[in-house]
Design a protein around this ligand. Sequence first.
Ligand SMILES: CC1=C(CCC(=O)O)c2cc3nc(cc4[nH]c(cc5[nH]c(cc1n2)c(C)c5CCC(=O)O)c(CCC(=O)O)c4C)C(CCC(=O)O)=C3C
Ligand SMILES: [Fe+2]
Length: 370
Amino acid sequence: MTENAPASDPAPYDALLLCSFGGPNGTDDIVPFLRNVTRGKGIPEERLAEVGEHYHHFGGRSPINEQNLALVEALRSELGARGIDLPVIWGNRNWHPYTVDTLRDAGAFGAHRILALVTSAYASYSGSRQYREHLAAAIDELGESAPSIDILRPFFNDPGFVTANIEAIEEAAAGLDGGLAGAHVVYVTHSIPDTMQQASAVTGPGYREQHEDVRATIDTALEERLGVRPESSLAYCSRSGDPRIPWLEPDVNDHIEALATRGVRKIVIAPIGFISDHMEVAFDLDVEALETAAEHGVQAVRAGTVGVRSSFVGGLVDMIVERSRRERGESAQARVTGSLGAFPDEAPAGSCRMRHGEVTGFPVIAGSDD
Ligand SMILES: CC1=C(CCC(=O)O)c2cc3nc(cc4[nH]c(cc5[nH]c(cc1n2)c(C)c5CCC(=O)O)c(CCC(=O)O)c4C)C(CCC(=O)O)=C3C
Ligand SMILES: [Fe+2]
């Protein structure tokens, strides 16, 4: 039998890359950032102007960059506390620091084998394949000096991520008159085009099904912890694109209105689809959805995102340890909660291969399409 390395051994990895979306840091960044995001996606000018307004509303900047920096710090601290010597670096798809620049610097400091943690918990084109394409393009640009990169599997059903959401919902519900009893939990995530949903369900449970599984797990946990099983549902925010193209529904605002009509008087808005309070949460939920609830006489509280909660960060570090072990050829069971099982380390061929109805043919890493 081969001796297992200690849990503090990060080998074969030299660094952890937190790979995220990026967002503007000031007014001058807004237009070039939105150009980066929407390149080749046919998003109407009016929608861009409207989204630009959301950023202006917040002083021209998105909170996403400082939130990712806080996560980098929390990961460093948790890795350090466990004696794991793994530098944490940060790069974005759509704004500075761009992933390719971060990887170039890391290479100069001797990091050649990198584990990437993408900040989307659920698998879809936007949340997984697009990052796989993005990292492939960065590797291509760096040429011979490029590192080799693995990607951590989707973490939506990681026990740490789910527990952090449960804690946040419990805390928020305490602010409702009479607590969770008689309340409806509206779980919220980012809407995606129906075609992207279908493509996400080709090789495994789809984007919607991943969220439904988390919803069921959390409802059961709330029942165990508080003695009340809440009524609940899944709704979507932040749809964009051509209004004639179908996206996942119901929209959270329409849904709150429908709940009010049905007599629901208090709700918890639980943004399980996002890991931090970036613009989708700070504007689409805290401004729009809360306003909708107030207009319809519904008492509403918004649960926090997982952010840097210790249960979330601890779960991520557990996943890093687990993956390192498997890469070293040791056995390491993938820990998950819910009914779907762990997603594979390498994405299955053809997974999440559609953005807006067309198959994308870009090169990817962390799984092949052949
Ligand atoms: C599933 C999903 C997540 C959740 C997973 C995750 O959390 O990563 C997510 C996150 C994010 N989306 C973000 C921003 C934007 N997304 C856009 C557009 C789009 N998102 C899509 C999907 C998703 N997006 C889709 C299908 C489009 C249409 C165009 C396309 O096919 O890509 C646009 C263009 C304007 C508009 O149309 O709204 C912007 C500005 C930010 C940064 C926020 C900040 O700055 O604080 C974050 C974290
Ligand atoms: Fe988005």
